[in-house]
Design a protein around this ligand. Structure first.
Ligand code: CP3
Length: 360
């Protein structure tokens, strides 16, 4: 699609799905699109009901269920985009790493990758085993048609590698950084393998009907700028470019990234996801206005009274200043216990906001 700066013709009705995609490409829209990181999850009764009968991985692997969970959340919230229900760790399995989600503990990888030999054993020829995600996307796309934007996703090379090496979440990423510094050849071979599998996985999702791919680099904030440049940037950029060549925009998101934003933008991603620790306008300046941005309400603000919530939502909308290329979202995922009605209220506040109002 050609990137232009035409002003948005007020008379033209805009479909919600195209509003989201237009914003990814920094084309003018009537109001910012809105969706929420982790919009389908345990804070929602409908999801908990499905979870009573199925594990997380079962939901992901049954396209009918994954599509239902995706659709229910997007419709209930009144958002402009639906993110496919899946998990960051699914690609580990066809690469040869078993994992499970332990209640209250998060993901556990049974035999973490710790050596060059472990890296060598990882397989890159079985990405088609992940086809259930693309099949779920097809169902979501058939349901929404052009009404909503459909987001496919995957982890970024660094974040996925950190799960493979640490065997789960981590505080200090000691094993990951040890491999990075001490066996750089194995580290690079690992990222290469991850990029091969993720490229294929994203291709399936795009062919299934994803309009946009979001790359989650959730834990990239654990890297210094120098380490990001030396050990993570190149593989990430390769993945971003490969996905863009499939004809869809890329959203690249991380947390605690204030010092990394300009370099993250250099990957060429169309949209950079911002966390909440920095005002949106400052983050956008660091990213550069030649990229769109997504964010950046603190997800815990969703526990605040509506007056405070509204103040913070308006702060963000004003900071965006009506500039084309802002997608309203949180600065990280919705947490369990979040009142659903507050998430709905935020979606309403953004839907009712008109871009002109930002100048008034
Ligand atoms: O609407 C949505 O966004 C839901 C789809 C989704 C899930 N995981 C389902 C899920 C998405 C986009 C993810 C991505 C994901 N998974 C990330 C990146 C996003 C981020 O927050 O930075 C990460 C780091 C993971 C890995 C992961 N999966 C962790 C750390 C956990 C445990 C966290 C916890 O709260 O228990 C999961 C489990 C998980 N993935 C849940 C959901 C709804 C909750 C557990 C459950 O239902 O049993």
């Amino acid at each position: 699609m050609k990137k232009t700066n035409e002003t948005f013709p007020a008379a033209e009705a805009i479909l919600d799905g195209s509003r989201f995609i237009r914003a990814c490409l920094r084309r003018p829209v009537d109001r910012p699109p809105v969706w929420f990181l982790r919009q389908a999850g345990r804070y929602m009764q409908e999801y908990r009901d499905v979870r009573k009968h199925h594990t997380l991985v079962e939901i992901c692997k049954q396209p009918e269920l994954a599509a239902e969970v995706t659709i229910t959340a997007a419709e209930k919230l009144g958002v402009d985009a639906a993110i496919i229900f899946a998990d960051l760790l699914l690609p580990l399995e066809p690469m040869g790493l078993d994992f499970e989600f332990q209640a209250g503990e998060g993901p556990v990888v049974h035999h973490p990758v710790r050596s060059a030999e472990d890296v060598r054993k990882l397989r890159t020829d079985r990405a088609e085993d992940l086809g259930y995600v693309a099949r779920a996307i097809q169902k979501v796309a058939a349901h929404f048609k052009d009404r909503l934007g459909i987001i496919g996703f995957c982890g970024a090379p660094y974040t996925l590698a950190s799960y493979m090496i640490e065997g789960g979440g981590s505080r200090n990423y000691i094993h990951t950084k040890q491999m990075m510094y001490r066996d750089t050849a194995a580290w690079r071979a690992l990222l290469d393998k991850i990029v091969i599998v993720l490229t294929e996985y994203c291709r399936q999702q795009v062919q299934g009907g994803a309009d946009v791919i979001q790359i989650f680099d959730s834990w990239v904030g654990s890297l210094s700028l120098a380490d990001y440049r030396d050990y993570a940037f190149e593989a990430t950029k390769r993945l971003v470019r490969a996905v863009q060549e499939m004809g869809v925009p890329v959203i690249y998101f991380g947390v605690e990234t204030a010092g990394l934003l300009a370099d993250m933008a250099s990957t060429g991603a169309d949209v950079i996801g911002l966390d909440w620790r920095q005002p949106l306008d400052e983050g956008w300046r660091a990213v550069g206005h030649s990229h769109a941005v997504q964010g950046n309400l603190d997800p815990i603000t969703l526990f605040a009274p509506l007056e405070i919530l509204e103040l913070r939502v308006k702060d963000i909308l004003r900071a965006a200043g009506g500039r084309p290329g802002h997608i309203f979202n949180l600065g990280h995922g919705i947490v369990p216990g979040t009142p659903v009605e507050n998430v709905q209220a935020v979606a309403r506040m953004v839907r009712e906001f008109r871009t002109e109002a930002a100048h008034g």
